[in-house]
Design a protein around this ligand. Sequence first.
Ligand SMILES: Cc1cc2nc3c(=O)[nH]c(=O)nc-3n(C[C@H](O)[C@H](O)[C@H](O)COP(=O)(O)O)c2cc1C
Ligand code: SF4
Ligand code: SF4
Ligand code: FES
Length: 624
Amino acid sequence: MIDLDKITASVEKSVAKIDKRIIICAGTGCVANGSLKIFEAFKETAKEMGINLIIELKEENDKASLLSKSGCQGFCQMGPLVNVLPVGILYNKVKVTDVKEILEKSIKSGEIVERLCYRGKGKAYKGQEDIPFYTKQHRMVLKQCGVIDPENIDEYIYDGGYRAAKKACIEMSDKEICDLISASGLRGRGGGGFPSGRKWEAARTQPKGKKYIICNGDEGDPGAFMDRSVMEGNPHSVIEGMIIASKAIGADEGYVYVRTEYALAVERMKKAVAEAAKKGALGKNIFGSGHSFTLYVMEGAGAFVCGEETALIASVEGKRGMPSPKPPFPAQSGLWGKPTIINNVETLATVPMIINYGSETFRKIGTEGSPGTKTFALTGHVLNTGLIEVPFGTTLRHIIFDVSGGVTDEKGQIEDKNFKAVQIGGPSGGCLTEAHLDLPLDFDSLRKAGAMVGSGGLVVMNKNTCMVNVAKFFMQFTQNESCGKCVLCREGTRQMLMMLEDITDGRADENTIPLLESLAKAVQVGSLCALGKTAPNPVLSTLKYFRDEYDAHIKEKRCPAGECVNLINYSISDKCIGCTACAMKCPVKAIKGERKQKHIIDIASCIKCGVCMDVCKFKAVARG
Ligand SMILES: Cc1cc2nc3c(=O)[nH]c(=O)nc-3n(C[C@H](O)[C@H](O)[C@H](O)COP(=O)(O)O)c2cc1C
Ligand code: SF4
Ligand code: SF4
Ligand code: FES
């Protein structure tokens, strides 16, 4: 039987011998940037320098520094990241050639290599304790993601892990767990925001017998990587949440469903499940409580619709992943007809905290209707992109200007006046404007504004972004991903996409928008699952808040953001001094004119590449 205290005491003895800890970020982003090579370089260089560097915590170790890997630390844009604890130094964009200096200065003598620190507004920041990107967040689910070694269960246990599962299994009844989760107000982080306690209670009260719990790690929304990071960075928190859920509903088997493209998440989840089973945190009679729970990791082929719970169940059963009508709800009849609870990765990773600290403490974070925190994948025209976590109720203004550091222009320079919109919630969500900058981000206020928390994609856009194009991008995505079962979703999204193409290509007329709107409403009503029902959201919200842009495309055949190629025309003004720079660079020889004379663009041959505008030093080329 797993003895949490014994493991903790043993790790404590090993940790006492650790002088410094060098954490190499081994999340997907940093690995892609070469962080594993840096890990190897630390090992080799330390050996050459005679520094005692270990890579495994063991009681019998001598005094040493520990080199370990972590999951995503959130600041992927700055990767590869190297964190040095306990001094709390964070080095970014580290190269193999920097390793020797880090070892010499930060490990041997405790100095900071300033040139490798994050710089903002002319200042060098030491680490996570002073970099605004981190200090302005409230990291709970992600707290240990960039710290503990995701491939070492003992580190998770040393950090207090599996105590909530033990408490739930031994000290709490199934009803007490469900009541606690209901009292906490926890709402599902997978998009819908359904109260988790109520969902668990529905499965708990089904007749005793075979039941399942499934963790939804499909995460198909474009730009979203929150769930992947939690699975990669702290897989045991997900497993612990599942153990608690299994006890709450009386399930003895479960699945973690992860898309196969998430290779590292699959690998780490599999390793974590195997380790938990080996130690006795999974399997029969967990903690001697009499409760048994076996967990499997299943790889999905990577279809967005397979994140929908009935489609996901079909996929686990080995069938084609297509949604089916509800009721019956999965809590009544799910996997192989048995009561099944499906929860999102982040929802499950939040559960142990609620058991540990109680519902009241949890409710103190976030808002009345949306307690707790939410992770967001922040991308787009902002200074710092990455994975963030903030309490529900945080404003967009705080996220964009404080956490991220501001809006950027086309050259990547901060230009806050350039803010135009935020797309939130992926293909099911919508676009918000400057008027929403102070709107508290929570499930209910976002829904009222015509958007959605969704799974947590947050794309910030500056004034150079065409909102019709944004709507078209998401419509293209949902049209591709429609499973084809419902005519309105399959054909309606196709027609909507074609209408959006008509608008951006200059073919639309005054009938296009009324048609687009009525079709959008029909798709919302006539689709079976939320993929189709929410597919029109990006179109409807951009129509609501950026109608003037649609009108400019249709009535004036003009793209105000200058993005829709077919609606752009380049012209040369009287500022032209006839230097010939544009004519020499034009790839299709569309510019004519004598030296020292004003030049002219032949619109028919112009392929609208924009090169002439870039090369003209006299700002004589205009786009309109
Ligand atoms: C098309 C579609 C895709 C979805 N994708 C996901 C997903 O990737 N991950 C997820 O947790 N939920 C996804 N959902 C929501 C799930 O169906 C389900 O509501 C959720 O996993 C429940 O967990 P929660 O209550 O913890 O949020 C999707 C829903 C739809 C309609
Ligand atoms: S709404 Fe679309 S994705 Fe959902 S079942 Fe119908 S066709 Fe499939
Ligand atoms: S936009 Fe490109 S193709 Fe057109 S005139 Fe300028 S350089 Fe030539
Ligand atoms: S992967 Fe390293 S910070 Fe995200």
